[in-house]
Design a protein around this ligand. Structure first.
Ligand code: PRP
Ligand code: URA
Length: 209
């Protein structure tokens, strides 16, 4: 079974509280979401392999370590996933980016696919699927399905907030995928919104509503 990692660093929890706050304006919300995404990337890359390289310091010849060249891909789920992208690219600037467009039908809560554009070598890359919200899990499962159909095998998921129902659904559908969240919330309400959550992530990021 894939890991469920709760990134509970104090700085992440601090910023997440302001992200949740209904009085946080669009500009601050956007900045905070990207900042938390950067901090979560630090946690998510904790286990990347290092290789030894010689380094000449002003004092001696020594041995240092650098991250071994890895092929990464970031897959934001449109549209709210875009809100985390720049924050992740701050730490992983060489990653390629693929887009999966899905929206959740407000009545059925089922994901509807409307756009897919992936790097041509996507199946060779280690992928991070990005979305602020993991609610029923339908959108995440559908996005991972799209990637697996293209032959992708190394997939992680990064969400700001997850509901237990969504985590369970993704782990059942895709047990090989590690899930990184800043918070695991209490439940879904009758409209499929995460409680306490942050409301509609896309609307808060883009000021639509
Ligand atoms: C939100 C969110 C996820 C999805 C989560 O997107 O960004 O993609 O809902 O819900 P689920 O786990 O129940 O599928 P939304 O459908 O509102 O689209 P948007 O990003 O375009 O606003
Ligand atoms: N999508 C959101 O943006 N927020 C939720 O709480 C659930 C789904």
């Amino acid at each position: 079974m894939g890991k469920l990692v709760i990134c509970d660093h104090p700085m992440i929890q601090h910023k997440l509280t302001f992200i949740r706050d209904v009085n946080t304006n669009t500009k601050d919300f956007r900045e905070l979401v990207n900042e938390v995404a950067t901090l979560m990337t630090y946690e998510l890359t904790r286990d990347v392999p290092l290789v030894s390289v010689p380094v000449e310091t002003p004092v001696v010849h020594a041995e240092g370590k650098i991250i071994s060249g890895r092929m990464l891909g970031l897959i934001p789920i449109l549209r709210a996933g875009l809100g985390m992208l720049d924050g992740i690219l701050m730490l992983l600037p060489a990653a390629k980016v693929g887009h999966v467009g899905l929206f959740r039908d407000p009545h059925t809560l089922q994901p509807v696919e409307y756009y897919v554009k992936l790097p041509t070598d996507v199946q060779e890359r280690e992928l991070i699927v990005i979305d602020p919200m993991l609610a029923t899990g339908g959108s995440a499962i559908a996005a991972i399905d799209v990637l697996k159909k293209r032959g992708c095998t190394q997939i992680k998921m990064m969400n700001l907030i997850a509901a237990p129902e969504g985590v369970k659904a993704v782990r059942e559908a895709h047990p090989d995928v590690d899930i990184y969240v800043a918070a695991l919330d209490e439940k879904l309400d009758e409209h499929g919104y995460i409680v306490p959550g942050l409301g509609d992530a896309g609307d808060r990021l883009y000021g639509t509503k």
